[in-house]
Design a binder for this molecule. Structure first.
Ligand code: KIV
Length: 275
């Protein structure tokens, strides 16, 4: 059994800039409830993303579009209850910030009241004004460009972006513009998802805020993965994810053993019974 690590110092938004300056790699992972938030915090992760990927990995949706603000508020509340040392990032779901900067500020306030310590939203140039509006009321924002899952229908699925040159959405030069716009608008960090590693490297070199990569190669300032992929709870293996354990097999085996013992009359035994 491993000993619990010593109490960790709380990670704050200014720590992200410090880590970039010191070239300390930033680790981020998703969590959607208090139990798993506690586990990943004990493992020493720097940032917990309460991602709208909850729609796919917990709710069984095909993409993140159906996720509602009320649902994100609920999951942020659960994660915040674990009081992690890691910085809590609350993801703004589709439809909760695209209508107007005012709507975005109101949705961000909602997640902050539930315990988020910053919010994340998808989009580059077109979201600059919105990011400015949110940061103006002192809510830190993490940007997200490249393969932005909420653009599922525009992209025609979860498709790698930035492979083609051009200034249209998803084009290489446009992604450089997007990254610059997010930084200029005041974001404290930016997720760069599903782009060629060379492009992610160029974005990382050009920005003064940390880049957090997923499917963007090793040269970003940090990395993020979805918890269910890391633990091997999902049955999918995507090129840019890695199963660091096979909890899916372990969970099935454990449940099979339980079912067998119930059927055979072996559970509960006397040791687990009251007298
Ligand atoms: O919702 C999420 O989990 C995300 C990550 C994939 C970056 O946005």
């Amino acid at each position: 059994m491993t000993n619990p690590p010593p109490e960790r110092k709380k990670i704050t938004v200014p720590d992200l800039a410090r880590m970039k300056a010191l070239e300390e790699r930033i680790s981020m992972i998703t969590a959607y409830d208090a139990t798993f938030a506690r586990l990943v915090d004990l493992a020493g992760v720097d940032m917990i993303l309460v991602g709208d990927s909850v729609g796919m990995v917990v709710q069984g949706e095909a993409n993140t579009i159906p996720v509602e603000l009320d649902e994100m508020a609920y999951h942020v509340r659960l994660v915040a209850r674990s009081r992690p040392a890691a910085l809590i990032v609350g993801d703004l779901p589709f439809g909760s910030y695209q209508v107007s900067p005012q709507q975005a500020v109101e949705s961000s306030i909602r997640l902050m009241k539930e315990g988020a310590e910053c919010v994340k939203l998808e989009g580059g140039v077109v979201m600059a004004e919105t990011i400015q509006a949110i940061t103006r009321v002192d809510i830190p924002v993490v940007g997200h460009i490249g393969l932005t899952p909420q653009s599922y229908h525009r992209m025609g699925g979860h498709k790698v972006q930035g492979k083609k040159s051009g200034f249209e959405a998803g084009g290489r030069e446009r992604l450089l513009e997007d990254a610059h716009a997010v930084e200029q608008a005041g974001a404290c960090a930016i997720v760069v998802e599903g782009v060629p590693r060379e492009l992610a490297k160029e974005i990382t070199r050009k920005l003064s805020i940390p880049t957090i990569g997923i499917g963007a190669g090793p040269d970003c300032d940090g990395q993020v993965l979805v918890l269910h992929d890391v633990l091997g709870l999902s049955d999918m293996t995507l090129k840019f994810t890695k199963h660091y354990a096979d909890l899916r097999t372990r969970a099935i085996e454990a449940t099979e053993a339980y079912v067998r013992e119930v059927r055979d009359g072996l559970w509960p035994d006397d040791e687990h019974s009251f007298h």
